[in-house]
Design a protein around this ligand. Structure first.
Ligand code: ZN
Length: 335
């Protein structure tokens, strides 16, 4: 049924463990993915960096760029400086950027047991070093708005939060949704020489007017589209098209494809997200490239049981979204 032309894509937001690289190679082949950016999987699994990089290169050569995540198990005094040194070492060994998971600000604690805010000055050496090294920081701060709300029958992410209870961050022990984004924005403002890519449309895809203002305000801020169609698809079509058109140089394409890690928990269960999420032409591309109506978004129905209409972006905007912006922002892609 789908008559989309072949198109070159770069996915800047995936999490694929070394055990699943052969499968990823098949997915890339089938979807014309020339390159991917793999985020933080080695550190999350406690796997050695060099070994992981060897595995990535063996299967995918220079078609996979890897962004390591800092190790928040080491929070003794001087941790920011050590994280910066560790980033530098990994960049010299082939890493292409830095990944920050949403756990910073929400769960990571310092040696005294206090939450480390995203804008904790002790982390300034890390952000500065990324800028000096010329590598971008792909940062996920805060989370889906509904994750901060009570888990009752009104919560639109009830299905997802029931499957992943750790994602629910409602209550006094957690900072608020907007507080976390303000913390992140203070970091972006303090480090104008560092490129920041805000995951999930800057983690405010529920409010494109706010993301629009951030993009206007911070020239070193960019956003990716990982796992975002579910919420992008709820705004009026004209508003979404205007957003992608106005910021066509600032948005990079990503999906949040997960193989291994938390996806393994779902092994053997009929999780629709996994099945339809691997065919880019059946989900993401239909949304961005066509005006087809009533599409299932990639996370349907677990992350939202509603349908979305395609936004049919023009060719030149698609080229930037899919390929050109990623090449410009992530130098390691251009090997
Ligand atoms: Zn992700």
């Amino acid at each position: 049924m789908n008559a989309l032309p072949d198109r070159t894509l770069i996915d800047v937001h995936i999490h694929v463990a070394p055990a699943h690289l052969e499968y990823l190679a098949q997915i890339m082949e089938a979807n014309h993915l020339v390159s991917v950016v793999n985020l933080g999987v080695l550190e999350q699994a406690g796997a050695p960096f060099e070994e992981g990089m060897r595995a990535f290169r063996k299967v995918l050569g220079d078609r996979m760029v890897y962004f390591p995540a800092p190790d928040f198990r080491d929070v003794a005094p001087g941790f920011g400086e050590r994280m910066a040194d560790e980033l530098e070492r990994k960049v010299h060994a082939g890493a292409g950027g830095l990944k920050i998971f949403k756990s910073l600000g929400l769960h990571e604690k310092d040696a005294e047991g206090r939450l480390i805010p995203v804008d904790d000055p002790r982390l300034d050496p890390l952000w500065a070093r990324a800028g000096e090294l010329g590598v971008p920081v792909l940062i996920h701060s805060s989370d889906v708005l509904a994750h901060f709300q009570p888990l009752d029958e009104h919560n639109e992410q009830r299905e997802a939060l029931t499957r992943f209870p750790d994602w629910h961050v409602y209550g006094d022990q957690f900072p608020g949704h907007d507080d976390l984004l303000e913390q992140r924005n203070r970091v972006i403002a303090r480090h104008p020489g560092t490129t920041f890519i805000g995951a999930h449309v800057g983690m405010y895809y529920e409010r494109l007017d706010i993301v629009d203002a951030w993009l206007d305000h911070f020239p070193n801020f960019y956003v990716d589209t990982a796992a975002s169609i579910v919420q992008l698809g709820r705004h009026p079509l004209d508003q979404v098209r205007a957003f992608f058109s106005k910021h066509q140089d600032r948005i990079v394409f990503g999906t949040d494809l997960v193989l291994g890690g938390f996806a393994d928990k779902d092994e053997g269960r009929p999780w629709e997200f996994k099945r339809i999420g691997y065919d880019y032409s059946q989900v993401d591309r239909l949304y961005y490239e066509t005006n087809e109506r009533q599409l299932r978004h990639p996370g349907y129905p677990v992350f939202g049981d509603w349908l979305v209409d395609g936004i049919g972006l023009p060719q030149e905007v698609l080229d930037k979204l899919y390929v050109e912006n990623a090449w410009r922002l992530i130098p390691a892609l251009q090997c």
